[in-house]
Design a protein around this ligand. Structure first.
Ligand code: ADP
Ligand code: ZN
Length: 528
């Protein structure tokens, strides 16, 4: 502690306004620096307490703290919460009518606001910049600052215009905050926001109370149900699904099975969304099934689990979504079911999706990192922390791979069998097929489709009877994840990649993760 007047002001404000005893982690250092007029870039995991890092300087320094946030839907809640604590807070965004906006503007100009929330698009308007020029500003806070990064997963063009703040108000300290930053994103934030002299505060991204688990997907809804019943009965949590349709279906399924669940996605009308969100915040033990439209900025401390029924598009996304669990520091679970179909589907989405070649390459590399996390035989937490460029333990003791270390096996021969089946079909028949048909051929199954195409005549027919179907799916999935096999076209047919040849030519060994039979925690719960 450095002591001094400003610091005790900050601490007094923490006690008096927010009712907390002490600062957490980096908060005090950040607040001291900003209160003293310095710029700061703050990387802190979700739930780390970023809000106080700008709210307290806004209260301690003279003038209004201007907070730029993309989360328009949450501004009302944030402002209400601050007002309840006696902070004079307001917002200006597109949800307001002319009169409401005028009132806010007048309060700002009269110096009657401690904190003013603004959507980034407003700062592209000269009218807004003029307004700000006519008032007194204590600090600019740029929340969700990773939105400025074009290589990130959450890019918002409006953020690019925010460098104007430093140019027009060189004497007002700026603080950029994010829960998501690899080294590259971190650098982009600093460059694009024009904050070369900012001090950087990087908190640990470890969330020790979250147990990370990724299980092989078989019957996802049923697996989810037993996970919830066995480990999280009566707990509040979020279930993420990729599509609106599966959000609806999953919520329905849970309700039919005695778990109170509501859907949340962008296709629902605003009223329903708001109702479900506020029920989630207020009630105990409600499950929200949602697309990723749900959760950004939601501050519910006792979310006990976050479940993924579909693969997130990036590790950043995964970390942010799972980070919504256990903000109160109590044990929580990040559970995901992941399977072959996820890999096929995501690869297809990238190929068939919009965007130029660079965009696709970026998306593919995000996906590769996510797949590496799913397929790793190493500690998941260590893998995550390393991804974010942070120091990592060898083993954390609180993830599935630590609790039940997966076996790996030499899958070279199995890989060769898959790849040569793909090659045979293409060379001898000029055909391409999806994983299902390839596996049926390997297993020597005379299905209607096998007969129809005479695939029982291929020399590779039945050469894979040593493995079960689920194991073959695991092999194909891991080959796709490792880039030794690729999918193509709208049917997700399998094709070779540049590196497939090295496997066929026996130049490289393929190490594969053995598919666990059951989830490790379920085993632990049964005392085995
Ligand atoms: P973030 O924006 O980093 O996700 P928040 O600012 O929403 O995190 O804070 C997460 C939770 O932690 C909130 O409920 C907040 O009130 C609480 N919190 C933050 N700082 C402290 C502190 N110093 N002492 C106690 N609780 C805190
Ligand atoms: Zn671990």
């Amino acid at each position: 502690m450095t002591g001094g007047v400003t610091q005790s002001d900050a601490l007094r404000t923490l006690h008096r306004v927010f009712g907390y005893d002490a600062f957490r982690g980096e908060q005090e250092a950040v607040i001291d620096h900003v209160v003293a007029g310095g710029d700061a870039v703050v990387l802190m995991p979700t739930g780390g307490g970023k809000s106080l890092c700008y709210q307290i300087p806004a209260l301690v320094r003279p003038g209004t703290g201007v907070v730029v946030s993309p989360l328009i839907a949450l501004m009302q809640d944030q402002v209400d919460a601050l007002r309840t604590a006696g902070v004079r807070a307001g917002f200006i965004n597109s949800t307001q009518d002319f009169d409401e906006r005028r009132v806010m503007e007048a309060e700002f100009l009269a110096g009657e606001l401690d904190v003013l929330y603004l959507a980034p698009e407003r700062l592209r308007l000269d009218a807004t910049l003029d307004l700000l020029s006519r008032g007194k500003i204590s600090v600019f806070a740029i929340d969700e600052a990773h939105c400025v990064a074009q290589w990130g997963h959450d890019f918002r063009p409006d953020y690019l215009a925010l460098s104007v703040l430093g140019q027009r108000w060189p004497d007002v300290p700026r603080i950029a905050l994010t829960a998501t930053a690899t080294h590259a994103t971190h650098r982009e934030i600093t460059e694009r926001l024009g904050m070369p002299d900012a001090k950087h505060f990087v908190a640990s991204f470890d969330r020790p109370n979250i147990q990370y688990r990724i299980v092989p997907k078989a019957e996802p809804k049923k697996q989810l149900l037993s996970f919830l019943k066995e480990e999280h009965a009566g707990d509040a949590g979020i279930v993420y699904c990729l599509s609106r349709n599966s959000v609806e279906k999953t919520a329905e399924f849970l309700c039919q099975n005695g778990i109170e669940a509501v859907p949340y996605h962008a296709g629902l009308d605003g009223g329903t969304r708001a109702r479900h969100q506020s029920r989630f915040l207020r009630e105990e033990g409600l499950v929200v099934c949602a697309t990723i439209a749900f959760g950004m900025g939601i501050d519910k401390p006792d979310v006990r689990f976050v479940a993924h029924l579909d693969l997130p598009k990036s590790v950043e996304g995964y970390y942010q979504e799972t980070g919504r669990a256990g903000r109160d520091g109590l044990p929580s679970t990040a559970w995901m079911a992941y399977g072959l179909q996820d890999v096929v589907q995501q690869r297809k989405l990238i190929q068939g999706g919009e965007g130029d070649e660079a965009f696709r390459r970026r998306a593919a590399s995000h996906l590769d990192s996510m797949l590496a996390l799913c397929e790793t035989a190493r500690c998941r937490r260590a893998q995550l922390l390393t991804y974010f460029g942070q120091e990592a333990p060898e083993a954390c003791g609180n993830c599935d791979t630590c609790l039940a270390p997966p076996e790996t096996w030499d899958g070279t021969v199995a890989a060769q069998k898959v790849l040569s089946t793909v090659v045979r079909l293409q060379r001898e028949r000029g055909q391409k097929f999806g994983a299902g048909q390839i596996i049926d051929i390997l297993l020597g199954k005379k299905t209607a489709k096998v007969i129809q195409f005479d695939h029982d005549q291929l020399s590779v027919f039945g050469i894979g009877e040593e493995l079960a179907e689920a194991e073959w799916r695991g092999v194909v999935r891991q080959l796709l994840a490792q880039g030794l096999l690729a999918v193509e076209g709208e049917y997700g047919t399998l094709v070779l990649t540049e590196t497939s040849g090295s496997v066929l030519g026996r130049e490289r060994e393929v190490r594969l993760r053995k598919e666990p039979k059951r989830a490790p925690a379920a085993r632990a719960a049964k005392g085995e």
